[in-house]
Design a protein around this ligand. Structure first.
Ligand SMILES: [Zn+2]
Length: 111
């Protein structure tokens, strides 16, 4: 339990750090949940009814923090596209690929 809590805190701290360093501080904070899901590494989505956004990161694979960083940044790109009104915010088309390249240059991470 303690370990899970620390991991979640690390993710939340990283979210703030990346928001500043990678997204110019423009992202609105969304709840981040650490799950045990086996079907995804990470997920960013909105509920149909309230249109409130949440981010889920799976700790199921016990990945090292470096890989959780990449997953977090991947979901933050979806968030960024969503918040800037990009219609294809959940896809991996050109808008996503542009961000993927930019982040690779900036952080060295493959997201
Ligand atoms: Zn994705």
């Amino acid at each position: 339990m303690r370990k899970t809590y620390r991991k979640l805190q690390t993710l939340k701290n990283l979210w703030h750090e990346y928001n500043t360093l990678v997204f110019g501080g423009v992202l609105e904070y969304v709840p981040i949940m650490l799950t045990r899901a086996k079907k995804y590494y990470g997920y960013y989505g909105v509920t149909d009814s309230s249109q409130k956004a949440s981010m889920y990161i799976s700790g199921h694979w016990n990945k090292p923090i470096e890989e959780l960083r990449a997953t977090l940044l991947h979901e933050m790109v979806h968030q960024s596209l969503h918040q800037s009104g990009e219609p294809d915010w959940h896809g991996h088309g050109d808008p996503f690929l542009r961000e993927q390249r930019r982040i690779k240059e900036l952080t060295g991470l493959e997201i």
